[in-house]
Design a protein around this ligand. Structure first.
Ligand SMILES: Nc1ncnc2c1ncn2[C@@H]1O[C@H](COP(=O)(O)OP(=O)(O)O)[C@@H](O)[C@H]1O
Ligand SMILES: [Mg+2]
Length: 281
């Protein structure tokens, strides 16, 4: 083998750890089109796992299955080693898995605090909340401010500012912050920097590092190789509905990653399914 796939295990002791999120043998077809042709994936505690792959490789389908948006035809998903059966993204969220889909799910006309709490509003204490259903607007604003500060999002000051008045990067930061506020186990980000400039992308990458430092594992779908190589602990390469290998920024160069992604490296040299510490699962 000219390329050693998936043997660099970075900071995570993958041999002993139970994956926080795991997929086994996921298959998903759309009529005759194969989205996933049997995919295994492990996300370990405290790691940033990037998913790269060409258009149509099955990245979004994979994210869809992991986040409860799509039901796989075959295979299973496990959270902390326990099999789960997500019927909807809400099921996944209840299990602590928050996803920021590519088409940002923020409400532009609402302010930042309202966006953070969308669907999870807290009510005033006592009768005001119970009978009159009054929202605890101040409590949510205070919490939003503390949460954004804790994540190091310094450029957003006013929690009552409407999201439509924010820059693209700030909006993305709000979406990621929202996921981080409620995602207790896993944060999944689909192309979070695709529409952003360099400086704003830097802020989102910083945010991802913050999440990792809180031990929250992150799945990052991205086309941007420099960003992937900057932030990922491991890189999962999806190709033609399968995993073409799992590498790390230390074990492989960007050119090698692209070669595996595009199939320029002959299939025989590429691990079928993920190898972690040389163990095929
Ligand atoms: N809802 C769908 N209906 C039909 N085909 C789909 C659907 N979603 C995805 N596909 C197909 O599945 C394959 C994988 O798509 P996708 O997961 O979106 O790839 P990626 O996100 O890597 O670009 C593609 O061939 C795509 O056309
Ligand atoms: Mg996609």
């Amino acid at each position: 083998m000219s390329m050693d796939l998936g043997t660099d295990t970075s900071a995570v002791d993958v041999k002993s750890a139970t994956p926080t999120l795991e997929a086994r043998g996921l298959v998903k077809t759309f009529g005759h089109v194969v989205g996933l042709a049997g995919v295994d994936l492990q996300l370990y505690p405290g790691e940033v796992l990037a998913i790269i792959g060409d258009n149509g490789a099955g990245k979004s389908t994979l994210i869809g299955c992991l986040s409860g948006a799509l039901a796989p035809d075959e295979g299973e998903i496990l959270v902390d080693g326990v099999r789960v059966d997500f019927k909807s993204p809400l099921d996944a969220r209840r299990a602590g898995i928050e996803t920021v889909f590519q088409n940002l799910a923020v409400a532009p006309a609402l302010d930042i605090a309202s966006n953070l709490y969308l669907g999870r509003e807290t009510r005033r204490k006592g009768l005001l909340g119970r009978l009159l259903r009054l929202l605890d607007a101040r409590g949510m604003r205070d919490d939003a401010r503390q949460h954004l500060q804790a994540l190091g999002i310094a450029t957003i000051q006013d929690m009552s500012q409407k999201v439509e008045t924010l820059s693209g990067g700030q909006r993305q930061a709000v979406a990621v912050a929202r996921a981080a506020r409620f995602g207790s186990k896993v944060i999944i980000l689909d192309e979070p920097t695709a529409a952003l400039g360099v400086r704003e992308s830097g802020q989102v990458l910083h945010l991802i590092k913050q999440l990792r430092s809180r031990q929250l594992p992150v799945i990052l779908v991205s086309h941007n190789m420099p960003q992937v190589f900057e932030v990922a602990d491991r890189i999962f390469i999806q190709r033609l509905g399968r995993c073409a290998g799992v590498i790390t920024p230390r074990s492989h160069s960007m050119e090698e990653a692209v070669a595996i992604m595009t199939g320029a490296v002959p299939g025989g040299q590429v691990a079928e399914g993920p190898t972690v510490n040389g163990q095929n699962q």
